[in-house]
Design a protein around this ligand. Sequence first.
Ligand code: SAH
Length: 354
Amino acid sequence: MRSLLARTPDELRADFAAAGHAGFRAVQVAHWLYARREREFAAMLNLPRALRMELADEWDTRPLERVAVHEAADGTRKLVLGTRDGARIEAVLIPEGRRQTLCVSSQIGCSLDCSFCATGRMGLGRNLRAEEIVDQALHACEILGASGRTLTHVVFMGMGEPLLNLSNVVQAIRVLTHAEAFALSPKRITVSTAGVVPKLAELGRAVSVRLAVSLHATSDALRDELVPLNRRFPLAKLLEACAAYPIAKRDRLSFEYALLAGVNDSDADAHALARIALEARAKINLIPMNEHPGSPYRRPSEARLDAFLGVLAAAGVGATLRRSRGDDIFAACGQLGALAETQTPPTSVDAASR
Ligand code: SAH
C-alpha cells in the first residue's frame, strides 16, 4: 500500500490522475484528512462508494498507532506512537499561551551520541519516513482538535538528527506547509541540527524554514567532547555554513546551548558565546541540562543560570532561558527515549480513544 500522508495534495492529484481518478477527488480526500481529520475512506461520503473501496485498498492513512499520551503537570503532553515495524517514537506537544508547538522526531534513536543526550544512547534505529513525520502532526491535530485548538508551530527537536534524514524531512515540511494540507507557514517550522555542515545549504535551498543550531560549546576541544559530530565539522566550518544559510533580513537564526554545571557555564563561556552570537547575528536559546538516569551532567544553580544570562544580556545578545517543560514525564529536551525500555512515567493516561 502507498502512504497518503507522504504525498502533498499536488502530488496526490497526479497520483489519482495516473490511476484514472478525477483530480478533484484528491482535493476532497486531502480536505477530509487534514481539515476534518477523517482517516477512513469509508466515511468520506462525497466520494462514490466504489472509489472509496478502491482507495482503501490502495492507500494507507495510518502509519503510526497511538500508544499512549502522557500529560505533565505544566500541560505538556508526550505522544508515544508505534510504527508498523514495532518501534516506539515520541513527539511532544507544548502549549505556550496561544501557541501550540509540536516537537517532532525525525529518526528512531540517533547516531550522533552527544554526551549529555538520552536519545544518543539508543544508537540509530532507522530514519523515519515522511509519512511517519507527518503523522506525528496529524495525531497532534487530532488531540488538539478534541478541545477546539489547532497546531501552530512545529519544531524538529525530538529524537534524531533531521539533516541526516533530509529528503524525508523536506518532504514532510512540504506537506506541513501545503495550503491544502496543514497550511503552516514555513516561518513557524524550525529545524534544529547538531551541525551537519554539508546538508545545511541543501536544507536552505529546499525550504525556507527557521534554523536552530545546537552549539553547546565555544571551543573545538569542548565541543568535540559534547557533540562528537564536531570532529567532522568543526566550529569554524559550522559558523561559516550558518552565515551562508538564507534567512530573511529581520529574522535570526538561533543557537541552542545546553547549560551543564561546571562544564560550559562559566562567565568566560558566556563571554565567548556572546562574541559568537553577535558575529553570527544569532539569538541564544539556553537549555539548562535536563538530567536523566545514568548521565553525569547536572543542571547549574539558579544563581549561575542568572549570571550566565546576565553576561549575554549585557553584551546585547538576545537570549532566552528555556524553563524546562514536561520533565516530570521525561518529555524535555534530551530526555526522549530515556525511559523507552524501562518504565512508564507516573502521570500517564491511556491513549485517547480515536
Ligand atoms: N539532533 C538535533 C535535534 C535535537 S534538538 C540537534 O542536535 O539539534 C534537541 C536539543 O536539545 C538539542 O539542542 C540538544 O543538544 C538538546 N539536548 C539534548 N539533550 C539535552 C539535555 N539532557 N538537556 C538539555 N538539552 C539537551
